[in-house]
Design a protein around this ligand. Structure first.
Ligand code: 5AD
Ligand code: SF4
Length: 357
């Protein structure tokens, strides 16, 4: 077989069987022929259409605190960064923002923050249970916690949890996330899964020292951890961090990791991430045509979210002043897609629940 025909047969296998070994994944990642990459993107788009359809799920994102006790080398919210003005939003205001999002038409909220100890279990349980009364699905993205805390949040009404593994290269993880332990992050993901959360994880693409082989491992990991949602974003260098001089991740490689993930986990939810839009004009719409089916507009008041600077130029879809559903409807129509008005539970999660009954 010529090299191209062997790559084509890997794409075909991924699209039909949703199974690839690490070597196959690596061949796809190593490919530099643009026409072959195009085939990978088209195949991912077909799998997306077949398994999760043409509807795009919107999540209203509330970035409620940019205070973080961690010190990840890539992130602008790291505790040692003194060049960021820190904020936390009062619990009652978070609930008001949720009400506004509900009026705009959102069915799901993502509550995201740094690892901020001010938001104790009691405070979070209050926020979750009040928002739950609005009949919205709640996703938490608030970092590593003990199992008991996750359990309490599930009981209070949280449905989903996002915790990126960031990289499965243990050595790289331990280097870039000083003070954090890879095994504990995996423990968190396992606990969340066992507790019945819809589980979201994901990785950064283009971290300094990251190899294509480790990206192949990342994709294998998504399968073994049985993720229901995967968020992949290119690394973007932040000048207020130790990685300020490192080159940014590559847009096409990030979307290729996403496209392969879609083929191997066909019925999960995959967001077109903000970092993708930040790196490339129309990056969001391109990602939606390479496997993604979720978009997360920001409903945090911009007086706060302007300081949620994980990386520079963060290009959020701001939905805090006026509702942007009409605008999004038009944008999505240009690629033949529509907005979903249901809760957008991952199809994989529903299927697994049903098989457990
Ligand atoms: N570039 C891209 N993504 C980043 N994140 C943090 N810092 C950066 C950066 N410099 C991502 C991490 C984290 C998520 C909330 O933001 O993957 O999990
Ligand atoms: Fe904190 Fe998350 Fe940023 Fe790490 S990536 S410093 S845990 S906000």
């Amino acid at each position: 077989m010529t090299q191209n025909s062997s790559i084509n047969s890997i794409i075909e296998k991924a699209e039909k069987t949703h199974e690839l070994n690490k070597e196959d994944i690596l061949s796809l990642l190593q490919n530099r022929d643009e026409s072959i990459d195009k085939e990978i993107f088209l195949a991912a788009d077909r799998v997306r259409k077949h398994y999760v359809g043409d509807e795009i799920h919107l999540r209203g994102l509330i970035e409620f605190s940019n205070i973080c006790k961690q010190n990840c080398c890539y992130c602008g919210l790291r505790r040692e960064n003194k060049n960021v003005s820190r904020y936390r939003i009062d619990p009652q205001i978070i609930i008001n923002l949720a009400q506004k999002a509900k009026q705009f038409g959102y069915k799901t909220l993502v509550l995201q923050s740094g690892e901020d100890e001010y938001f104790t279990e009691d405070k979070m349980i209050f926020i979750i249970s009040e928002i739950k009364k609005l009949d919205m699905a709640i996703t938490l993205s608030i970092g590593e916690k003990p199992r008991e805390t996750y359990q309490a949040y599930k009981k209070a009404g949280a449905d989903r949890f996002l915790l990126r593994i960031e990289t499965t290269d243990k050595e790289l993880y331990n280097k870039l996330d000083p003070g954090m332990i890879f095994e504990n992050r995996v423990r968190c993901l396992q606990d969340l899964k066992e507790l019945g959360f819809e589980l979201g994880t994901g990785t950064l693409v283009g971290l300094p020292g990251q190899t294509l082989e480790s990206l192949a491992d990342d994709i294998m990991f998504f399968k073994t951890i049985k993720a229901d949602m995967i968020g992949i974003g290119p690394f973007i260098a932040n000048e207020d961090t130790p990685l300020m001089e490192c080159p940014n991740g590559d847009f096409d490689l990030s979307t290729k990791v996403m496209a392969i993930t879609r083929m191997l986990l066909p019925d999960i939810n995959i967001p077109a991430t903000t970092a993708m839009e930040t790196l490339k004009k129309d990056g969001r719409l391109i990602a939606l045509q390479r496997g993604a089916n979720v978009v997360m507009p920001n409903v945090t008041l911009s007086e706060y979210s302007q300081n949620y600077q994980l990386y520079p130029g963060k290009s959020t879809l701001n939905d805090s002043e006026g509702n942007i559903f009409d605008e999004l409807t038009k944008d999505f129509a240009t690629i033949g897609r529509t907005i979903s008005f249901d809760y957008g539970i991952s199809k994989r999660y529903i299927k697994n629940k049903l098989t457990l009954l």
